[in-house]
Design a protein around this ligand. Structure first.
Ligand SMILES: Nc1ncnc2c1ncn2[C@@H]1O[C@H](COP(=O)(O)OP(=O)(O)OP(=O)(O)O)[C@@H](O)[C@H]1O
Length: 476
């Protein structure tokens, strides 16, 4: 069967076409083994033991060491993996930003991606999937060509802005080398589409980061064409396929607006439910080529090990007071408080949404120093952008949000997550929790606390079973 064929050991020819001067070949044979081993493991089975140090028991969130940083003299670097594929000035920039050692997904996926194969990047939240696919894109772009050569599709404007920022940082024009930088366009819902139309016609950018609706609008109006696209990335692919209303447009994008034979296709997410089925669909539906590789890192522990999970059983009436008490006792450096979306029934009844009530409570009763911010779907795009900009300007924050902040948003300062309302599914729990613990080489433990009623205990237990983590009860 096709899917079995995919998961078999790759041929030696799948090894990256490394130049004889590649540093990985110039030193020890061990390094060649390491590159091959990564590719083999990834296509064969789930792997990754690189965070084994995190298995040690911990007691609190304040033990802040950096002991997971690889040994500088012996470890494989991102440069080792990318040299010969990614232009030197981009490697230089990458190191300047601080990306020196590969995370597990980068080490395992990049060699396979550089061979040109379609890949499904399936790795924990905060594991560095964005840099993985951006390095592939930057290895293929020709900045001299005036055409769209790579497209990254994202589910929300916020995630799109974040990916654009990282892409622009890496692809910026180099000052000391005569190399043209490549342009990155953010084609996102709520943006100025008229201005983008003129830009696309006058001088097409090399990379487009887009939300589905805005991208399809441009394609349908023939303002943008995907003929010269070498790589198409769909980030948070399971969300776009299974949870959003845009699945029809995503399918069209993958099959009608472009053909999988003419591009390299990359899907990324921390959660791909029934992934074997998904791989099968990818081939059957021609979303990818037949030899697509599913690269699954940390399959046994989908939940990052740096997260500690707790719960407090409380009544609906004293939830607010419990939250205030937790904020005082835990003293987070920065936190996200997730609240469920208001139901249609509650809206019709004219009730205030929980987010508004919570913000009011915090503004009047929270005595800490963190800045209180709100992010939810119903806000206009400018207010949404303002909230995230304020966060990114530094200083501690207390962000009250619906699930709009649950996917992809990277706020590495976040030390605590509070589920004021439980999420709907285990997958949603995974992504909410994963907004904390986003420093790949840090040993820092972050805390996820759930405020639940006694009837919700079994729901949380189900999430624990499904995601293989355990939650400790806090007594108040
Ligand atoms: N090689 C690296 N060295 C140091 N930091 C890195 C490296 N790669 C990525 N990071 C950092 O790790 C954080 C998480 O990366 P990223 O946002 O790509 O995670 P992700 O896998 O896409 O997570 P999610 O599934 O939640 O979207 C970011 O702050 C990023 O800058």
């Amino acid at each position: 069967m096709a899917s079995q064929q995919l998961l078999s050991v790759p041929h030696l020819s799948l090894l990256p076409k490394v130049s004889p001067f590649h540093p990985s070949l110039s030193s020890t044979p061990q390094k060649l083994t390491s590159l091959f081993h990564s590719t083999t493991c990834s296509a064969l089975q789930s792997s990754s033991t690189s965070r084994i140090t995190n298995l040690q028991p911990v007691t609190d969130a304040s033990s802040q060491t950096e002991s997971n940083v690889p040994n500088e003299t012996t470890a494989l670097t991102l440069r080792n993996i990318c040299q010969g594929f990614v232009p030197e000035h981009i490697l230089h920039r990458m190191e300047e930003i601080g990306f020196v050692f590969p995370t597990d997904i980068q080490r395992e996926a990049l060699p396979t991606l550089f061979t040109g194969r379609d890949c499904i990047l399936h790795a924990q939240t905060g594991s560095g999937k964005t840099l993985t696919y951006l390095l592939l894109i930057l290895s293929l772009i020709n900045p001299q060509r005036s055409s769209v050569q790579a497209v990254v599709v994202v589910p929300t404007r916020e995630l799109g802005m974040q990916v654009t920022k990282v892409a622009r940082m890496l692809a910026a024009k180099s000052t000391d080398v005569e190399v043209k930088g490549c342009t990155v366009m953010a084609l996102l819902d709520g943006g100025m589409l008229r201005r983008h139309k003129s830009w696309l016609k006058a001088e097409p950018p090399a990379i487009v980061v887009a939300t589905v609706a805005s991208l399809c609008h441009m394609l349908e109006k023939h303002i943008l064409r995907l003929d010269s696209v070498k790589v198409l990335v769909v980030d948070e692919v399971d969300f776009l396929f299974y949870s959003s209303k845009q699945v029809g447009s995503v399918r069209k994008l993958l099959t009608s607006f472009s053909s999988c034979d003419k591009r390299q296709t990359v899907f990324a997410s921390a959660s791909i439910p029934q992934h074997k089925h998904f791989v099968h669909d990818c081939i059957q539906q021609k979303w990818t080529k037949r030899d697509v590789v599913h690269i699954h890192v940390s399959a046994i522990t989908p939940m990052p090990l740096c997260l500690l999970h707790k719960f407090v059983v409380c009544g609906k009436k004293n939830k607010h007071q419990i939250l205030l008490a937790l904020l005082e006792s835990d003293a987070p450096e920065s936190a996200i408080i997730f609240v469920g979306e208001q139901s249609e029934k509650s809206k019709k009844a004219g009730n205030d949404p929980s987010t508004t009530l919570l913000i009011e409570l915090l503004k009047t009763s929270y005595e800490g120093s963190l800045e209180i911010l709100l992010l939810e779907e119903d806000m206009n795009f400018n207010s949404r952008a303002a909230s995230l900009t304020e966060i990114r300007q530094g200083g501690g924050f207390l962000l009250v949000s619906t699930d709009i902040a649950a996917r992809g948003i990277d706020l590495p300062e976040t030390t605590h997550i509070f589920n004021f309302d439980l999420p709907q599914t285990a997958t949603d729990y995974l992504h909410r929790a994963g907004r904390a613990g986003r420093k790949p080489f840090s040993d820092r433990k972050c805390i996820v606390t759930n405020l639940i009623t006694s009837e919700e205990r079994f729901v949380l237990q189900r999430f624990e079973n499904e995601l293989m983590f355990s939650c400790e009860e806090l007594m108040f």
